[in-house]
Every structure is written in structure tokens, then in C-alpha cells.
Design a protein around this ligand. Structure first.
Ligand SMILES: Nc1ncnc2[nH]cnc12
Ligand SMILES: [Zn+2]
Length: 335
């Protein structure tokens, strides 16, 4: 049960967010404002009608709406405004560091230049009142050749992002499909993450680890189906960027009370809490903490562990990591 004291603790504790798709932070109100500004026709008559469409049965039903929502993004200012809006919400949630996914192929396929996408998002990160880095995601429902072309297109902007990821439709598009492009990215010194074990089986998580050589697993909640995999993830302290509200909205779990976050933590896994696509799943990062702590037997000890895990798993230099971890410990020492 989430009492006021625990809620205030979760609200105010310093935290990092490591799994947030910037296109998934596009609120219906901003979609309509950008559609008007860019004279883009929407298939919905009102903000309410669009929000009413956010009833999803699985990942694909969400992705269809998510890509449609992104169609209003045309100018650098659009990407800047979207990112600035998310960063303001993250700052209000006491996020001190965030690593943001963006899906360039969603936009370049519409004729929006790569530089428009990355410059708009990156400028907003530079203007933000918190530490913000970018991770470029490859859409796994497209070919590896398409991903390789996107990596090549990104090279002139290599200083504006820190890593690559793998997102979109998981089942049927196993990590090994992207072995070559991830090897190239690794040889470029980019950090590597991948969605795995959201809807896909534990084997997808193993393939992301062994073939793609990822340093974090995005979602990973199906890891619990394989005791051997859990044992490995615990031994390696491989971080899982879990998104509780997303898992409920996309029916990975029926209700929050049956989410396995508490079991994952109890197994000793390096779990973090994140919002995934906050505009579509009903909340930013703190709402994810509130929903999980309200439905599951979690207390302040777990809150501190999750906050520490979020900085421990971040792609930041050891000095900054030590400072953030000390900030968490100081916060809980005086809370
Ligand atoms: N939860 C998710 N899984 C896969 N691809 C995504 N793109 C945006 N959100 C996603
Ligand atoms: Zn995601």
C-alpha cells in the first residue's frame, strides 16, 4: 500500500530514467498543436478521441498508434518542443539523469532529414536542467540493412548520441537479426542496449547478451521464466530497464498486482523503473513508481535500491556515478 510518506519518498528521491522513447512522450495535446502548426491531417477529431484510442491489446496495437502520432513531427523546432516537454516532466519527477531513445527511421522514412531529428532533440537536451543523453534505436521490424544505413547516416552526428538500441515489434525479429550492425556500433565505441523479453522469450534476452553484446536489457521481465538466465543476470548484475505501466497497458501482465517487479528484485536482479512511453501508458517515471509500490509489497528499502540501481546502470563516468549514488544515500539517510 502506498502511504503518504512512501509516496513523498518516491517523488523526491533522486533517480535516473534509462528507458524512455521520446516519441512516446508526445502528449495528445501536443500532437494536435503540431498537426495544426504543420497542417498535418489527423485521423482523430479531437484530443479526447485520440486519447480514447489509447486502449491497447498488445505491443503491435500500440506501435500502430505510436507511429501515427509521430507523423506530426516535421521541423527541428517540433523535435525540440517534444523533448523539452519531456525533460520538464522528468525534472519535476526529480530525475537527475536520463538516457532517451529516439527512432530516426520513423522520421527519415517520411522524408524528415536525420539532422532535423537529432539537432532538435539534442538542443533540448543541452538546454535541460538535468543530465540528458541520447540512444539511437533501430526499428527491428525493418531489415538489418536499413539499420546499417541509419548507422551510416548518423555518423556525422556521432558526438550527439552515446549508444544504440533495438525497439519496435519484438516477436519474430530476434536480436541476432541485427548482429552485424551492433558489431559495427560496438566498434565505434557506442553503448549497446536492446529491448528483449518484453513479449519475446528468454532466448531473446540470451541472444541480446551473447550475439549483440548489450550492456543493459530493456524490459527483460520474461527472464523469470528461465532460472538459469536469472542466475546469469544476477551474477553479471545486468540491468533490466523495467516499465511497469507499459507492461500493464500492453497486457504483458493483466494487473499491476501480478507484475513480477518485486520477484525480480527479490531474486537479486539489477532492476530499474522507467516510463517507456509516458504519454501513451498513463504516466511518467514517478507514476510508474507509485503504481508499482501501491500494488506490490514494496517499501522504502526497495525504493532506495531502485534509485541506486538506476544510477548504477547509467552510462556515465565513474566519478559522476559515485556522486549520484552518494546523493541517493544522503537522501535516504535523512528521509
Ligand atoms: N515498449 C516498446 N517496445 C518496443 N518498441 C517500442 N517503441 C516504443 N515503445 C516500445
Ligand atoms: Zn521501450
Amino acid at each position: 500500500m502506498l502511504d503518504d510518506r512512501l509516496r513523498t519518498l518516491l517523488q523526491n528521491m533522486p533517480k535516473a530514467e534509462l528507458h524512455i522513447h521520446i516519441e512516446g512522450s508526445l502528449e495528445p495535446e501536443l500532437i494536435f498543436a503540431l498537426a495544426q502548426r504543420n497542417n498535418v491531417q489527423l485521423a482523430y477529431a479531437s484530443v479526447e478521441a485520440l486519447r480514447d484510442a489509447y486502449a491497447f491489446s498488445d505491443l503491435q496495437s500500440f506501435l500502430d498508434i505510436y507511429y501515427a502520432g509521430a507523423s506530426v513531427l516535421l521541423t527541428e523546432q517540433d523535435f525540440y518542443d517534444m523533448t523539452a516537454a519531456y525533460l520538464a516532466r522528468a525534472h519535476a519527477d526529480n530525475v537527475r539523469h536520463t538516457e532517451i531513445f529516439f527512432d530516426p527511421q520513423t522520421h527519415t522514412a517520411r522524408g524528415v532529414p536525420f539532422e532535423t531529428v537529432i539537432n532538435g532533440i539534442w538542443r533540448a537536451c543541452q538546454d535541460a536542467p538535468l543530465s540528458a543523453e541520447l540512444i539511437m534505436c533501430f526499428l527491428r521490424h525493418l531489415s538489418e540493412d536499413d539499420a546499417i544505413a541509419t548507422l551510416d547516416e548518423s555518423l556525422p552526428y556521432r558526438d550527439k548520441f552515446i549508444g544504440v538500441g533495438l525497439d519496435s515489434s519484438e516477436v519474430g525479429h530476434p536480436p541476432e537479426k541485427f548482429a552485424r550492425v551492433f558489431e559495427r556500433a560496438r566498434n565505434l565505441g557506442l553503448r549497446l542496449v536492446a529491448h528483449a523479453g518484453e513479449e519475446g522469450p528468454p532466448a531473446y534476452i540470451e541472444s541480446a547478451l551473447d550475439v549483440l553484446k548489450v550492456e543493459r536489457i530493456d524490459h527483460g521481465v520474461r527472464s523469470l521464466e528461465s532460472p538459469a538466465l536469472v542466475e546469469r543476470l544476477v551474477r553479471e548484475q545486468m540491468a533490466l530497464t523495467v516499465c511497469p505501466l507499459s507492461n500493464i497497458k500492453l497486457r504483458v501482465f493483466d494487473v499491476m498486482g501480478s507484475h513480477n517487479l518485486r520477484t525480480l528484485l527479490g531474486a537479486g536482479l539489477a532492476v530499474t523503473v522507467n516510463s517507456d512511453d509516458p504519454a501513451y501508458f498513463g504516466g511518467y517515471v514517478n507514476e510508474n513508481y507509485f503504481a508499482a509500490f501501491d500494488a506490490l509489497p514494496l517499501d522504502a528499502t526497495h525504493a532506495r535500491q531502485l534509485a541506486r540501481n538506476s544510477f548504477q546502470a547509467a552510462f556515465i563516468d565513474p566519478e559522476r556515478k559515485r556522486a549520484f549514488l552518494a546523493e541517493v544515500d544522503d537522501f535516504f539517510a535523512t528521509a
